[in-house]
Design a protein. Structure first.
Length: 534
């Protein structure tokens, strides 16, 4: 049986503002992305996910959409997008769009009409509630700080905005709203896009009774985190809407849906949203929540995911994205940063599930240090210094060692990282031992192996708890992966196996050859091999 393309794909996230500036205004754009399609294809990934490119006032950098049917002039034109889509498809690359359906911009015509009076045709397209000015209807909190309710002087009512006050939440309980957003989905599918990343998909419906969220006993400085936000997400109606949306996408054939599920319930909820008839994938963010470089910690995430997903749903994994610090910096110990990142990359690309790479990871880009006066992210501006925001992971892509790293010829919208002279595509392309060429080799090996793309996962018992070892098995093909998380040499015995050895196909510390089940591993060594018969 032919597997769906998205099961075996590696999906590469492009944050357009920071990828490549073609017109030298300091902001990346669609022509810039198109100019780098050969690079992306040569890397060995299968699909591009573009962060929002729609018309927007950019209060939250595109996640506040004012026109779902237009490209923001900052990024180019619809013709530029059509060209990107065509050229990507010529290179065998799928194109996935970020689709934000929980909220719009307050500059969207829908909201402008909705706020104009209490009796206009779109009066209840958003969530409006009576109340006294200065006294919000309940304790719901914004992700970006403060109450989630914003007072409107025209209607003398509150409207809900779970993010910035310029991002009012749509009222999905109104059938007209649901029809309108489904029409948006159809428009882009008819254009030929290959799927959607669905922003905060589990927030579509809120509690109809507007009940207060329960307060946690443990307090933090960030007020939003002090509540169990059970009445503003994961409402039962959301899953029904997801099934309707999936039915539309499926009617267009070989497409994909990927849900961003903002939840405290982790893997259980990711599984809930990817059961048959629902989304194809939901980001498993558990790797991002691991705060220690440990085989046991990452292995526990994989084990839990395998137990819950089983054969019913297909998992996915991510180490970083536009909302979280660069993972090479998260696990920095000041001396083994690059090799640690290689261990994690090998894990990401060989476990069972669809992996997501965030542009720049393949060259080892680190978290940028952005001073307060240069912050752009409203999350950082609002919550500084409790939360520094997300600008550090959004610094411009480092193409070469020129003044602005080959991203632009003028000063970019965010400062270029200081390590651009050593960490850049041009430099690493020439170095056979670079991070870039390491990723290329890993991606090539994965692309050629059905076991690594589609196979079952079986964890192996090891004599050292900081060595993660597992099998990937598909039909007659069996791959073994051994990852040493220790920063020192260790002896290793693989226990309880049904084979006696394996041949090395990929290794960071040894050439190809036959190995037994007892071996000595170098610090942070990585081995991928072909299992030999019993």
């Amino acid at each position: 049986m032919k597997e769906p393309w998205w099961k075996g794909a590696v999906i590469y996230q492009v944050y357009p503002r920071s990828f490549k500036d073609s017109n030298n205004d300091g902001i990346g754009d669609l022509k810039g992305v198109s100019s780098k399609l050969d690079y992306i294809a040569d890397l060995g990934v299968d699909a591009i996910w573009l962060s929002p490119i729609y018309k927007s006032p950019m209060k939250d950098f595109g996640y506040d959409i004012s026109d779902y049917y237009a490209i923001d002039p900052i990024f180019g034109t619809m013709e530029d997008f059509d060209e990107l889509l065509e050229e990507a498809h010529k290179r065998g690359l799928k194109v996935i769009l970020d689709m934000v359906l929980n909220h719009t911009s307050d500059q969207h015509p829908w909201f402008i009409e909705s706020r104009s009076s209490r009796d206009n045709p779109k009066a209840d397209w958003y969530i409006w509630v009576d109340g006294e000015k200065g006294t919000p209807p309940n304790n719901w909190q914004s992700y970006f700080g403060g109450s989630a309710w914003n007072w409107d002087e025209t209607r003398k009512q509150y409207y809900l905005c779970l993010f910035t006050k310029e991002q009012p939440d749509l009222n999905w309980r109104n059938p007209e709203v649901k029809k309108a957003v489904f029409d948006v989905v159809r428009f882009w599918l008819e254009k030929g896009v290959d799927g959607f990343r669905l922003d905060v998909v589990n927030l579509y419906y809120k509690d109809a009774k507007l009940r207060n969220n329960p307060r946690k006993k443990r307090r933090t400085e960030i007020e939003f985190e002090n509540y169990y936000n059970i009445f503003t997400r994961d409402r039962p109606e959301t899953l029904l809407a997801v099934e309707e949306l999936q039915e539309i996408v499926d009617s267009f054939g070989d497409r994909v849906t990927i849900g961003e599920v903002a939840t405290d319930l982790g893997v259980i909820q990711y599984y809930e949203y990817t059961k048959p008839g629902r989304l194809n994938l939901a980001f498993n963010f558990e790797f991002k929540d691991v705060n220690i470089f440990s085989a046991r910690a990452f292995g526990d995430v994989i084990d839990l995911t395998e137990r819950i997903f089983g054969e019913v749903a297909w998992p996915s994994y991510v180490l970083g994205n536009h909302d979280s610090p660069r993972f090479i910096s998260r696990f920095s110990n000041g001396k083994d940063d690059v090799q640690r990142a290689r261990v994690l990359a090998a894990m990401l690309l060989t476990v069972r599930g669809t992996p997501f790479l965030y542009a720049g990871e393949e060259i080892g880009m680190t978290e940028g240090d952005i001073p307060y006066e240069k912050l752009q992210d409203p999350l950082g501006v609002n919550l500084w210094p409790k939360h520094k925001g997300r600008d550090g992971c959004r610094t411009p892509m480092q193409w070469d060692d020129s003044e602005f790293a080959g991203f632009s010829t003028v000063e970019p919208w965010l400062p270029v990282n200081e390590n651009k002279n050593e960490v850049n595509v041009e430099h690493e392309a020439r170095d056979p031992n670079s991070m870039l060429n390491y990723y290329k080799e890993l991606l090539r090996l994965r692309k050629e192996s059905n076991a690594l793309k589609f196979g079952d996962y079986r964890k192996l018992e090891t004599s050292n708890t900081e060595v993660l070892a597992y099998l990937r098995e598909y039909e007659d093909e069996r791959k073994i992966v051994i990852l040493n998380f220790n920063d020192q040499e260790v002896g290793l015995e693989l226990k309880g196996t049904d084979f006696k050895g394996f041949s090395v196909q990929f290794g960071t510390h040894r050439q190809e050859g036959i190995l037994s089940l007892e071996l000595t591993l170098a610090p942070l060594e990585i081995i991928i091999g072909e299992v030999l018969g019993p």
